[in-house]
Ligand binder design. Sequence first.
Ligand code: PPS
Length: 568
Amino acid sequence: MPLQNSTRSDGSLMVGGEEAAELLQQSRDWPSHRCSEVELCDLGLLMNGAFAPLTGFLDRADTEGVIREMRLQNGHLWPMPINLELGEEEAMAAEKAGHLVLRDVEGTVLAVVEVSEVWPYDKKTMAEEMFGHSDEAHPFVARMMASRATHLVGGRVRGLQMPRQYLFPELHHTPAQLRAFFAEKGWDKVVAFQTRNPMHRAHFEITRMAAEKVGAKVLLHPVVGVTRPGDVPAVIRVQCYQALLPRYGEDNAALSLLPLAMRMAGPREALWHSLIRRNYGATHFIIGRDHAGPGMNSQGKPFHGPYDAQELVEKYSDEIGITVIPLQMVVYDPQKDGYVTQDEASEASKNYQLSGTELRRRLREGEEIPEWFTFPEVSQILRRAYPPRNRQGFTVFFTGLSASGKSTVAQALMAKLQVETGRDVTLLDGDVVRTNLSSELGFSKEHRDLNIQRIGYVASEITRHGGIALCAPIAPYDEVRKEVRRMVSDRGGFTLVHISTPLAECERRDPKGLYAKARAGVIKGFTGIDDPYEAPEDAELSIDTTSIGPHEAAQMIVDHLRAEGYLD
Ligand code: PPS
């Protein structure tokens, strides 16, 4: 029986009943691909109709048209390339079979792609055409460049099962469900608000003012898919939105989550967001200052002008099928005890501004968050998520040559911390890790990096859970140490301690006789002898144990942790 086009009139690409059973049966013979985080988001929104009029992943002509002209070959406005990225071998297999089965991380079959085109692509060129640059300070460019894919794959999607949403499943809706909800409620005007941040009072006022201006209800439509690294986790943000919702008053606002993978593409992304909100049934869409902005470039300059997004979307206003409400920044004016647009604000409002960095500092240090900035019910949730430093977990990461004294200082520090804090401390000593977690690894650069990544992963989990991790490997390479710093700092404190005891002293000590063996050529690739050690330039502390004993060294670290606020 030939496969039929079951694209439904609601834009959904789901296949049902016998047809689905047959497709699933056939899929056993076809190659399959585990979707990345971004692909999983894209697939879900293709399948539920949020990306209508797309019926699958774009082929080459559509991809190029979208990147260069923001149009599909059939003339439809569509600004964002939606592709599958594969390695060469996987791509060739998909081309040969003409079908590709898409799975989630656990291996569950979600969809089948009827492969129409497979082509090699150059990531740098694609980034330049799409973003106007290939600056890796841009989070999505960095993601693109880090990908190992070599080919793009296009083809129609036949959906079998929607990707599962574990986080607040009751707050995820298909476009058809949201449209039906608005119709049932008799909400004929709905203004949608996009955000990837917790909502403070300014955001609340923006949405309220926008709704009032056009006589509409509010749809809070935050992105919970892939956002900017370092953003407040979705689980916390959603609780903030839930707490804020009653402020709009009965029957004035709704909350629905959008599992979108943002590209942080500024103006182009604003246009995309508008089309998606139109598909979900919103009649109006707020575009504020620096919409979907990626922050600063590697020269410390903004990637886009603050109102570029509004201007671009304005240009297409006749075509997008949703009315854009461009909004200026609003500020708190103490004289009016309320929020007003910047041009209406009095001089005094200058003293009522709080940057994101300042907010995070106040949260971390347990300081007051003013009510004019954030409603107390929202601050309370943020506080729970950002405990002050003395209640956060932290990692002390030692690096240094063999026999430099890392393990001894780490042991002394562990004892001190246990006594002083009464908390549990985990010591991930280089030698010990190599007998369990990394028992199969040798000392090539690749294996050493893998060893440090594993230690970093365990330390980041301990830190995330509010614990204390001490790591004491040689960790001779700077890049992977920085990777561990990034991994851990996301979740709590990170202190790098360089045990900088010189090679001559380490060799003089030689407690395991390893330097002697290395000098004699019995051990090859020994750090400091015939293998590199990159001394850190970013260490918080540097301690030479030639003349400093372990207890004194441990005390220096305790003093540092206390000064940083991690210890009472
Ligand atoms: S690394 O580079 O961070 O992965 O090294 P690490 O896991 O800390 O392991 C270092 C311990 O292994 C022993 N050893 C060697 N060290 C360096 N180079 C070579 N080739 C080597 N072969 C074995 C050595 O005892 C190290 O322990 P410490 O405690 O540092 O002396």
